[in-house]
Design a protein around this ligand. Structure first.
Ligand code: KGT
Length: 276
């Protein structure tokens, strides 16, 4: 499968971001991509809840989702919208951080709501309270494609290894981790966590990421780490996109999953244990 990861720097303006991402999807299609992966919060990177309340929409009314479905259908490719920030259906007043798998028919084949909320203080002046703005999901999601079974996760989920193990044991061959990783944690944590998840599960890890200093009309701008990555089931880094924006292509051969799991069948060696 020819995979294309889109790495870019979304602003807090969904209309502008849709123009950017639609052009990148067309570029990927022109290069022969069969499946395209976009980062977390493809539609809007914003630290202002007031601003988000104004520009975000429910899934049914979201123009980015409609635009991505149209692009997938136009170019006849599979598209993973890493996530979109959406308004939730009432009575939930917080937003939802939701990933989508869209088929070449333009239909939505799967949805995943991010489960783990980034509530951390990474430094004296850098605090995140994702759970104040977003309602977490509570369901792990597998999705079938002609190129293999996907296990859908998002960003901070990456730190919860048992989620990836559960997805792989349930059949995932490709684990996706669309992200907007912080520049405080990225340098030390991003690559080793992605490689560990691939090695532990014998699955491909595909992580399209936001990058750069995000322009914001309202509230503080944010910085993200970039380094969109693809890791093989053996743990090798097949792609590290660095900090440039662009379309990055990688060939994914699902036979590598079987090969890695035949050599090291750790996924079948779990032991029940008592304590601690
Ligand atoms: O806030 C939004 O609109 C969308 N959500 C995000 O960007 C989230 C929460 S701030 N980012 C992460 O999970 C980064 C995790 C991370 O950097 C780590 O685990 O170290």
């Amino acid at each position: 499968m020819k995979a294309a990861l889109l790495q870019f720097c979304a602003s807090d303006d969904p209309a502008e971001n849709l123009v950017t991402v639609a052009a990148m999807i067309a570029e990927a299609a022109g290069k022969g991509a069969e499946m395209v992966f976009t980062p977390e919060v493809t539609n809007c990177v914003s630290a202002s809840r007031t601003h988000q309340s104004e520009v975000l929409r429910t899934e049914a009314e979201d123009a980015t989702l409609a635009g991505l479905r149209a692009a997938a259908a136009e170019h006849r490719l599979w598209l993973q919208a890493g996530s979109l920030a959406l308004k939730s259906d009432p009575p939930e007043t917080r937003f939802t951080n939701r990933g989508f798998l869209i088929g070449p028919d333009g239909a939505i084949h799967a949805r995943y709501d991010k489960m783990h909320m980034f509530d951390v203080q990474v430094s004296e002046n850098e605090t995140y309270r994702e759970s104040a703005g977003y309602a977490p999901g509570d369901r792990a999601v597998l999705a079938e494609t002609p190129f293999g079974t996907l296990g859908l996760t998002i960003c901070y989920d990456l730190r919860f290894a048992y989620l990836y193990r559960a997805l792989a044991q349930a059949g995932a061959e490709i684990l996706t981790v669309p992200s907007a990783f912080s520049t405080a944690t990225g340098p030390a944590h991003w690559e080793p966590l992605l490689r560990a998840r691939a090695i532990e599960t014998g699955a491909f890890v595909i992580a399209a990421a936001q990058v750069g200093t995000h322009r914001a009309r309202r509230g503080k701008g944010r910085q993200t780490y970039g380094h969109s990555m693809v890791v093989s089931p053996w743990g090798e880094v097949l792609l590290d996109a660095g900090t440039d924006e662009g379309v990055f292509q990688v060939e994914i051969d699902r036979a590598a999953v079987e090969d890695a799991r035949r050599k090291v069948p750790a996924l079948t060696h779990d032991r029940a244990f008592s304590g601690p």
